[in-house]
Design a protein around this ligand. Structure first.
Ligand SMILES: Cc1cc2nc3c(=O)[nH]c(=O)nc-3n(C[C@H](O)[C@H](O)[C@H](O)COP(=O)(O)OP(=O)(O)OC[C@H]3O[C@@H](n4cnc5c(N)ncnc54)[C@H](O)[C@@H]3O)c2cc1C
Length: 392
């Protein structure tokens, strides 16, 4: 049940620009709401109407450069868009994948022809491009990617498999991470390739998961998929550098999805706690109900500030890895806590479909594991921020 319209997200930067953006997206998403989202998920839809409206408003490409069809407002703006969507009960992972990961990589590493052919339609929301790095055997160790792109005449042949690749069913293409060589330490030298979703030799198999999202997850099998040289993004073997320019936006957008879900949960919990009476007073009168929500609200604002810091660093072209990882780490913990508390405040109704909370659990839970697991974030912080030895 959509009790109240979503509360506005407090802008993090003074001035009107972010406020206007947030208000516009919040109004747009509020017209759809979580019930629409849940119906789309249940029916296997892609929320096309919502996506198309976002695209027409220029919100899909808000963060991408203006000269390539975007709004030129940076990843901070796209994070604001994602947060407002999630705060209205409509988290959109495809916004994380297509414009934030693939779009950011193309903006910084694509050549002019690739930007015209791929980046502009991504920024304008006319096409979606999925992203495939994960492999069953390599796991979190991207140096062990086994999918190979072998030189073949003027192009490449790709062989291997990927797993848990989101949204391929809605995507025109997939940006595939493949190995084109090994360095002196035996680690994979990676390259990035744009592969059409319907390319001959590319097969996919559904991986059923608990995530109630608009995107399905797929295992991809690449059996001598031919791509021309013009499909390679960035120099051969330099894919790792390009990847980081897409993975930091991915972490920031994941954080934004989490802070949005936390806002959505807390808005609903507070509205319910104001209205529901069991002992003659609203349950929100009891501090045992109010304090966990207030605590989650404080944690939420801390996560939002960390997110903003990471986005500002990225947009300024500064080192944003640690800040982005920390923001994703914190936001994913906060969203699960806020959602859990919101479910608790709703009593039995917290588990009823009608109240639209429990179905978001695994989407929020996903962000503890993906795009980078909490343990790998802790490894990064232990090594780089604390100077501790690496264990792996
Ligand atoms: C719903 C969903 C959607 C996804 N979408 C995509 C997508 O679109 N594209 C894509 O490429 N991938 C996608 N993924 C994959 C996701 O990014 C990976 O599952 C994630 O990065 C973890 O990798 P793994 O599953 O191989 O876990 P593993 O690497 O096998 O790790 C297993 C566990 O061991 C821990 N661990 C591993 N190494 C260490 C270490 N050195 N120290 C401490 N702990 C460690 C991990 O933290 C984790 O808890 C998706 C996954 C899911 C579930």
């Amino acid at each position: 049940m959509d009790i109240d319209p979503p509360a506005r997200g407090i802008p993090l930067v003074p001035g009107d620009e972010e406020r206007l953006l947030r208000d516009a997206v919040s109004d747009l998403a509020g017209r759809y709401g979580h019930r629409y989202f849940a119906e789309q998920v249940a029916s296997g839809g892609a929320a096309e109407e919502l996506w198309d409206e976002l695209a027409a408003g220029g919100y899909v490409g808000a963060g991408l450069p203006e000269e390539h069809g975007g709004g030129g407002l940076g990843i901070a703006a796209l994070c604001a868009v994602e947060e407002e969507l999630a705060a209205a009960g409509c988290p959109l992972p495809m916004l994380v994948i297509s414009p934030a990961i693939v779009g950011s990589i193309l903006a910084r590493h694509g050549d002019e022809a690739q930007r015209a052919r791929w980046l502009r339609p991504i920024a304008e929301g006319r096409i979606r491009v999925a992203f495939a790095i994960t492999e069953s055997d390599a796991g979190s160790n991207s140096h062990q990617v086994a999918t190979v792109a072998a030189r073949d005449g003027a192009g490449y042949r790709l062989r291997g498999s990927k797993t848990f690749i989101s949204g391929v069913e809605h995507a025109a293409a997939v940006l595939v991470v493949a190995r084109t060589g090994r360095d002196e330490r035996g680690r994979g030298q990676l390259s990035l390739f744009l592969v059409d979703s319907d390319a001959p030799g590319l097969e996919r198999q559904l991986v059923p998961t608990a995530c109630a999202a608009l995107e399905q997850q797929w295992q991809l099998f690449l059996d001598d998929v031919e791509v021309g040289e013009e499909r390679r993004v960035g120099p051969e073997g330099a894919g790792l550098r390009a990847l980081f320019d897409g993975l930091n936006p991915e972490r920031l957008m994941g954080a934004a999805m989490c802070t949005g879900i936390a806002r959505y949960a807390l808005d609903k919990a507070a509205a319910y706690a104001r209205e529901r009476e069991v002992w003659g007073v609203p349950i929100g009168t009891h501090q045992g109900v109010a304090h966990p929500l207030a605590e989650a609200r404080i944690e939420l604002e801390a996560a939002r500030l960390m997110l903003q810091r990471g986005a500002l660093l990225y947009d300024a072209g500064l080192e944003a890895g640690e800040a982005s990882n920390m923001a994703k780490f914190t936001a994913s913990e906060v969203s699960l806590r806020a959602l859990d508390r919101a479910i608790q405040v709703h009593g039995g109704n917290g588990l009823a479909d009608e109240y639209g909370l429990a179905d978001l659990w695994f989407v929020a839970r996903l962000l503890k594991t993906a795009p980078v697991s909490r343990e790998m974030v802790l490894n990064h912080v232990a090594e780089h921020a604390l100077g501790l030895p690496k264990s792996y």
